[in-house]
Design a binder for this molecule. Structure first.
Ligand code: ADP
Ligand code: MG
Length: 698
């Protein structure tokens, strides 16, 4: 049980009140417990109290002395200066405030005070302008000791990530009060054997020292403990979810048979080594008797579709249905076309379900799903609507999973009577630490090889003032029958943003390249029109396809060899990588031309990364570093956004250690008793029930 004092609402904590409580709530702080875990973003050393006679002008120092006098002077109209002079036997020093005459009354002669701030020289005296200060009252008996009731000075002092209207000083007071009055109610929740094995600091000490460390080495130990806990509980949630999945009975799929043989025989190419390896991994899962829960990672163009399709064909071979859910209608339509042709001679029936499907066809599809006439259903989130009922869904495939929420994924899986096999595909390769933190409950396969004959795309950067050089380049490529994509951040003109739009620029391209045919695709067009434009581009009736990012995911036209992206600085790295992945799919040398005028250092760095590598893993690592994990994943549903102190980029080792410990708890290797285990499960349910489907674990 959580002690009631710890879940008390913060407005009742001394020094908070209803107004500050509202401010704190915007920071995600609702209870005393949240306050205790609201760790500083930094710590500054003010423990080193200097003698006034030894301070150095221009540096930040902490001094301690007795107030010997205070005065406020009207220096000129509108300017009042208050000076408080302190002395410590080695010299005198002023604390100075402008237009804050009330400061004078805060200090009484004889008070012992601490000042901290940058030292300046004023008329032969040292001075600190607007010092951070602390009034310790009348001197303590032992004035050399660091007193434990200090919050601002004379020790290592925390700096918190705060909002406007809440000062460090106010917040430090609140935290100090909370530590002194509530921390005692917190109980150790980590099993003793884990604490011992990993030499963890006790939780009370760790929380205290995270805010007000006794020393920097204690701070390190405190941080380590809190990081460990953050990783540990998340990994424990994964470990238990994984165990739960693996404890269920999965349908045993056949791994060969006439349908599968026909599918393989009719492929227009042979699978790459990596594709074969991953297909084998899938077969093993599908026939294991446990539900598969696997993520297939592979760079753009590595051929994930075929691999997923192989699993879907095995579903048919085994007498059940498969669903393929993709995030965009265009991608769904294209999958439908490709998959349709790959399945042509196998007798497998696939259908497309997206919102654009007309009523009659739709009803026919729903019927076919119910009676089992349809084997593979491809679609967008239209698939998770209630009226979509499968006869027997055995395999759920989710493409470009990062674009779906956890809940959408769960809703698809729930359409199966038995625990279905699930296969997730992501085209944004994720650095290992991140995949551990986001897909920690999932097995991972990697397709690390591109189909043969691909030439890496060459990337060039242009400033917008150089656009004419770019046009010359395109002119030349078009003469050699290249097909060109040109991507813009906006569909149409915007009053608010001074950016080129696809609609405007299509006219521009058409006017400039009169001998060639131009078309447009964007999200506001009707499905039929979009499909028609894509088809024409694919066939070669269109040479220049002006587009928005609707073409970002999955679109596959191997003959396209030039990708122009204007306002490239406005796109994320993985988005640029995805867009670039639309070319370089055929035999010709392909080009990616990025036009942009980045206004920030990061923006410039991003474009340079694009120029320097085509390796998706490298790009995503750079992206993760530039943007941070929360934004990188593009959704706050992942538990990683709850990390306060752990950093999944820097703290790789801590992650590994905590992961091993957590999996040890679930596997039973770790020596803990029943009560300790219960306690841990209670915590993960509290922490993560919103972000994962954690029902029935434990
Ligand atoms: P992605 O991994 O980006 O989803 P796709 O599955 O769309 O990649 O495949 C990209 C392109 O490569 C498609 O045109 C596909 O037909 C082709 N392809 C896939 N596997 C192979 C292979 N083994 N040999 C040749 N071409 C392949
Ligand atoms: Mg794909």
């Amino acid at each position: 049980m959580t002690e009631p004092a710890l879940i008390k609402e913060i407005q009742y904590v001394k020094g908070v009140g209803p107004q500050r409580a509202k401010l704190l709530q915007t920071l995600g702080v609702n209870t005393v417990m949240d306050l205790l875990f609201y760790v500083p973003r930094d710590w500054v050393d003010r423990s080193n109290v200097k003698k006034i006679g030894a301070v150095i002008a221009g540096t930040s120092e902490t001094v301690k002395g007795k107030v010997v006098g205070a005065e406020t002077k009207q220096v000129r109209a509108g300017l009042k200066i208050t000076r408080v002079m302190i002395a410590d036997g080695s010299g005198y020093l002023y604390g100075t405030w402008f237009n804050q005459p009330f400061m004078e009354k805060r200090f009484s002669s004889g008070d012992e005070v601490i000042f901290h701030g940058k030292i300046e020289v004023f008329r032969n005296y040292m001075q600190i302008n607007t010092p951070e200060y602390e009034i310790m009252g009348s001197p303590a008996a032992d004035s050399s000791a660091v007193r434990d009731d200090l919050v601002e000075t004379g020790r290592i002092v925390p700096i918190y990530p705060l909002t406007e209207n809440l000062s460090q000083k106010q917040f430090r007071k609140i935290i100090k009060y909370t530590l002194d009055n509530y921390l005692q109610y917190m109980e150790e929740y980590m099993p003793q054997s884990i604490i011992k094995k990993h030499s963890l600091m006790g939780i009370k000490d760790a929380v205290y020292n995270a805010h007000y460390p006794a020393s920097f080495s204690e701070l390190e130990r405190a941080k380590y403990r809190l990081k460990f806990d953050e990783f540990f509980f998340m990994q424990l949630a994964f470990a238990s979810k994984k165990k739960k999945i693996k404890s269920e009975t999965g349908r045993i799929f056949k791994t060969s048979g006439p349908v599968f043989d026909a599918f393989i025989k009719n492929l227009p190419f042979t699978l790459t080594g990596a594709q074969q390896r991953v297909v084998e991994e899938l077969k093993k899962d599908l026939s294991s008797g446990k539900p598969m829960n696997r993520l297939v990672q592979g760079d753009v163009g590595s051929g994930k579709t075929i691999v997923a399709l192989a699993a879907a064909v095995l579903a048919k071979e085994s007498g059940c249905q498969a669903a393929i859910m993709v995030p965009a209608e265009m991608l769904a339509s294209q999958h439908m076309r490709n998959i349709g042709s790959l399945l042509a001679k196998t007798g497998i029936r696939s259908e497309l379900l997206i919102s654009a499907v007309k009523k009659q066809k739709r009803e026919e599809i729903l019927q076919g799903l119910k009676d089992g006439a349809i084997d593979i259903l491809i679609g967008t989130h239209a698939l998770i609507q209630d009226e979509v009922i499968f006869k027997d869904l055995g395999l759920a495939i989710i493409d470009e999973q990062h674009r779906f929420g956890v809940l959408q994924r769960a809703s698809l899986i729930r359409k199966a009577a038995l625990a279905p096999h699930t296969l997730i595909m992501t085209a944004t390769p994720i650095p290992r630490t991140l995949s551990m933190s986001v897909y920690g409950d999932t097995d991972i396969s990697i397709i690390d090889e591109l189909p043969p004959g691909r030439k890496p795309v060459k990337t060039m950067l242009f400033e917008s003032s150089d656009i004419f050089k770019l046009y010359d380049f395109i002119e030349d490529k078009l003469k050699n029958k290249a097909r060109v994509y040109a991507v813009y951040p906006l569909v149409g003109e915007s009053d608010k943003l001074d950016l080129k739009s696809a609609i405007e620029m299509e006219k521009e391209w058409a006017a400039r390249f009169k001998d060639h045919k131009t078309a447009i695709v964007h999200g506001r067009m009707k499905k039929e029109e979009r499909d028609a434009a894509m088809d024409a581009f694919k066939k070669g009736d269109i040479d220049i396809l002006v587009a928005t990012t609707v073409i970002e995911v999955g679109i596959d036209v191997p003959e396209a060899s030039v990708m122009v992206i204007e306002h490239a600085e406005r796109f994320g790295l993985s988005q640029l990588h995805q867009l670039r992945g639309r070319v370089g799919r055929g035999q010709d040398q392909s080009w990616c031309l990025l036009v942009g005028d980045p206004k920030t250092q990061d923006g410039f760095k991003r474009l340079q990364v694009m120029e320097s590598t085509t390796d998706g893993f490298k790009i995503s690592e750079a992206d993760l570093e530039i943007r941070g994990p929360g934004e990188f994943m593009g959704t706050r549903q992942h538990g990683i956004s709850e990390f306060r102190i752990a950093n999944i980029i820097r703290d790789k080792n801590e992650l590994d250690i905590a992961r091993e410990a957590a999996f040890g708890v679930v596997s039973g290797e770790c020596d803990i008793n029943h009560g300790e285990k219960e306690q841990l499960y209670r915590i993960i349910k509290q922490k993560y029930s919103a972000s994962f489907d954690l029902i029935n674990i434990g």
